[in-house]
Design a protein around this ligand. Structure first.
Ligand code: GCU
Length: 405
């Protein structure tokens, strides 16, 4: 009974946020987005000035939002086993790697098309429920002591799926393999746990001298996966995508800022601290996110709560820092908590930087006119926060348009 009450306490407010916000007019952001005055300032006058401004912008994000990014460390492979060849009815080979990074251990699971004809494009996923759940609960996949324990057969997982969609914990692996992609799945909570107390302890021991946050360490974990993939000729170095939903979407976008080896980003419903503007009045505020998740950001970010105007950077610039690489932002009309309207504004405001590279960037006229062939795109669907089958149709359309045109 106690668990039922806990789950209801978690799920009901989320359902309510979606229902209450449905159809309500959007609270405007504080007039900061003026289409006649793009938010990207003079830095974007030429590619040269933009490149010159880039490092300063990254430092400002570190100082004000995310905290310090760990030093680049080569990932060490401690063990590698082939779990099954020809899994998913002959479609894919499953392998598991035990990795050490910055003195911590975690597991990476890859699923590679069995009949690949040359190096394949890869999608790196950080999943909320961990590797075992992502693979349908297989007992031969190591489950992390830190993951939320979403045993796919449990009533708990059933409830999560019911509210957040069929693919919230398990991507449609057979379909992804059929489209020619390999998957690399990792649970970043092994490196910094997604809990405020143990998360802060892990951050303190990992980066004792500088304030940091879990989002940026998780972004760094995407890069540690690329270390493994890039050493293996089965994976195409020019076609590496990072995917994340919500908190993991925040990290996926940030991964591209730091790592030029990221070729494409899918940040689904990434919201505050991700693709939407911190200075927006809609959706989750800085006060709310830093109060609930004190371990996600630098402590400095909480200092801008209620004083958002004082930020010297905002998330449109984070998107711009990924340019000219393809970035897809996913949203849902009843997921107003993640503020898709201001993600759209942020994306539009990143356009001047895409233009410097000769890309049109976001070229859709409105939020509904998803164009998967554009370098910067946003799609909307009905419903709430979560990962639905139609989301994966949209992700794969974007991946196909850029990786297998
Ligand atoms: C919470 C949080 C969001 C986050 C989301 C998620 O709702 O407030 O910022 O994106 O969890 O990760 O699902």
């Amino acid at each position: 009974m106690r668990r039922v009450l806990i789950v209801l306490a978690i799920l009901l407010p989320l359902m309510l946020v979606g229902c209450v916000s449905m159809g309500l007019p959007k609270v405007s952001s504080r007039g900061i987005y003026d289409p006649a005055r793009p938010l990207i300032g003079p830095q974007a006058v030429s590619l040269e000035t933009w490149n010159g401004a880039r490092a300063g912008l990254v430092q400002a994000f570190e100082r004000e939002v995310y905290g310090a990014y760990p030093d680049a460390t080569q990932t060490e492979m401690l063990d590698h086993v082939v779990v099954e060849t020809g899994a998913f009815e002959g479609r894919g080979d499953i392998e598991e790697y035990r990795l050490a990074m910055a003195g911590r251990e975690t597991y990476l699971v890859t699923v590679t098309p069995t009949e690949a004809d040359g190096p394949v494009p890869t999608i790196i996923l950080q999943m909320f429920c961990g590797n075992r759940a992502a693979l349908g609960g297989r007992a031969d996949i190591t489950s992390s002591p830190n993951d939320p324990g979403c045993d796919p057969d449990s009533w708990f997982a059933g409830a999560i799926r019911m509210v957040f969609g069929r693919h919230i914990m398990e991507p449609p692996i057979a379909e992804i393999l059929d489209r020619g992609y390999a998957l690399a799945i990792i649970y970043p909570g092994d490196i910094v746990p997604d809990r405020s107390s143990s998360g802060l302890v892990a951050l303190e021991s990992m980066l004792p001298d500088t304030p940091s946050g879990a989002i940026t360490v998780w972004a760094w974990v995407y890069s540690r996966v690329i270390d493994v993939l890039d050493a293996d000729p089965r994976y195409d170095r020019e076609r590496t995508a990072v995917w994340g939903h919500s908190r993991n979407g925040k990290s996926a976008l940030l991964a591209a800022v730091y790592d030029p080896r990221v070729d494409l980003v899918i940040a689904h419903q990434a919201g505050t601290g991700g693709t939407t503007l911190s200075r927006s009045h809609a959706g989750e505020s800085i006060a709310q996110i830093t109060d609930s998740y004190p371990h996600w950001f630098s402590p400095a970010y909480a200092g801008f709560a209620g004083n958002e105007e004082a930020l010297s950077v905002d998330q449109h610039q984070l998107i711009a820092l990924a340019a000219p690489r393809p970035v897809l932002i996913g949203g849902a009309w009843r997921d107003q908590w993640s503020d898709p309207q201001d993600s759209f504004r942020a994306a539009r405001s990143a356009n001047p930087v895409y233009a410097l590279y000769g890309s049109e960037g976001l070229r859709q006229a409105d939020m509904s006119a998803y164009d998967p062939t554009a370098d910067l795109a946003l799609f909307m669907r009905g419903g709430l926060h979560g990962v639905q089958p139609s989301d994966w149709d949209n992700f794969l359309a974007f991946l196909d348009a850029h990786f297998q045109p």
